[in-house]
Design a protein around this ligand. Structure first.
Ligand code: 7TS
Length: 414
């Protein structure tokens, strides 16, 4: 079984693994097999070194000082923003807002974009696949405003019902907010169609890219969405840093959502004028070393090549799907035709948490539970799944270790 021939030469996975110090350890006496990349992927030395270099040679507060270190820190921070802009092909750095992560990016849009625009009875349209980060902020905004949350159904494969989506779009829809890739099932959503259908009705679209950014190349101008949110820690970068991409025209018209330093031009007790984009949305001291580390992660991912990453991850997904399916009593939850490299599954007679614990004893790290996407998991009539999520540094041998450990777990409960 092999994936379609990649355009670039295949990855030298063993060589790349050497870039990730954390992967070199044993857990419970066995070499670590890290398959929880959907939650957080690991950082290469290049990222660790970039954060360290920042701390050792340029740390000071940005945008504030005339002294040399402050200037260096500001230059590094703004260079990181330009690096992100280039990576996602945004038109301008004014469209790149640094946040804590996907969750904060979505909350920013819920507060500053949605709340001021909706009347009682207006609608926000999401899907059944969403992570709680793309459900709860809209529920809170709806509760505060009288707007209504509408949910696009999915089918037994875990694919979005595009016809239903189309009929749920109404004259009252003020925003579509959808995940690009489901973290619980791996489904890749037809985001271009979603954007085109929504825009045809004049409805703006936010995409939750937390699970997409590590797997495929992004182009905001081609995608044409209005907002796009992602996190550094799933992209081989630091935690505590993320991005909100927003169409400049929309960001410009939005009020700030947090007040404080950096987001102002001038403050007096009679009134305050706000700073220009993107600083208007970055109140307080930002995560400067995080931005620098995120830029290094993007450099690293670009050097490896997202096309080659996608090809190798597809091979891993197919291999894991084939081998796991062959385990008696195992059911894969989420069988969309277009899937990112993760497999959610349940095993007859064994609770997912027990699978996770037994796998950990074998040095295999997976995630178990509802993956903060309770509606998506409960749709399949299960309270939880076990989820193995792959990165480009995973190997076929590691899939074999996963399969052996799952088989052992099943035998233990027989
Ligand atoms: N959206 C999706 C699709 C996600 O997968 C996650 C995190 C988030 C939003 C929130 O991202 P954060 O960086 O702001 O926390 N997903 C997971 C996961 O699958 N396991 O742990 C976290």
């Amino acid at each position: 079984m092999s994936a379609a021939a990649p355009l670039a030469p295949p990855l030298d996975v063993e060589r790349l693994r050497a870039d990730f110090p954390i992967l070199r350890q044993k857990v419970n006496g066995r070499p670590l097999v890290y398959l929880d990349n959907g939650a957080s992927s690991q950082r290469p030395l290049a990222v660790i070194d970039a954060e360290r270099n920042y701390a050792e040679t340029m740390h000071a507060n940005v945008h504030r000082g005339v002294h040399t270190l402050s200037q260096r820190a500001t230059d590094a921070f703004e260079a990181a923003r330009e690096r992100v802009r280039h990576f996602i092909n945004a038109r301008s750095v004014r469209e790149v807002v640094f946040t804590k992560g996907t969750t904060e990016s979505i909350n920013l849009v819920a507060h500053s974009f949605l709340r001021p625009r909706v009347q009682p009875g207006d609608e926000v349209l999401i899907s059944w696949l969403e992570h709680h980060a793309n459900i709860v902020p809209w529920q809170m905004a709806c509760e505060a405003t009288g707007a209504v949350l509408k949910v696009t159904p999915i089918d037994r494969r875990g694919e979005l019902d595009l016809d239903a989506f189309q009929s749920l779009l109404s004259d009252r829809t003020r925003l579509v907010a959808m995940t690009h890739v489901s973290n619980a099932l791996g489904t890749v959503l037809p985001v271009r169609q979603i954007v085109a259908l929504a825009h045809a009705r004049g409805v703006p679209v936010l995409l939750d890219g937390a699970q997409a950014v590590p797997h495929f190349a992004l182009d905001m101008q081609a995608l044409d969405c209005d907002f796009y949110a992602f996190s550094g820690h799933k992209l081989y970068g630091p935690d505590g840093i993320g991005v909100l991409y927003g169409r400049e025209r929309l960001l410009d018209a939005m009020p700030p959502w947090q007040g404080g330093g950096d987001m102002i031009l001038s403050v007096s007790f009679s009134g305050t004028t706000y700073n220009q984009l993107p600083f208007k949305f970055e109140a307080g001291t930002p995560h400067m070393s995080g931005a620098v580390g995120l830029a290094a992660a993007i450099d690293y991912v670009d050097a490896v090549g997202l096309e080659r990453i996608a090809a190798w991850e597809r091979t891993l997904l197919e291999y894991a799907t084939e081998r796991l399916t062959a385990i008696e009593g195992l059911t894969i939850i989420g069988t969309a035709r277009d899937k990112a490299s993760l497999v959610s599954f349940v095993l007859d007679g064994v609770h997912p948490h027990d699978i996770g614990t037994i796998l950990d004893q074998a040095g295999v790290a997976i995630r178990t539970g509802h993956h903060c996407a309770m509606p998506a998991i409960e749709f399949f009539g299960v309270p939880a799944t076990a989820r193995a999520s792959f990165a480009f540094y995973n190997t076929r041998d590691e899939v074999d270790r996963l399969v052996a450990a799952v088989t052992a777990a099943r035998d233990m409960f027989r």
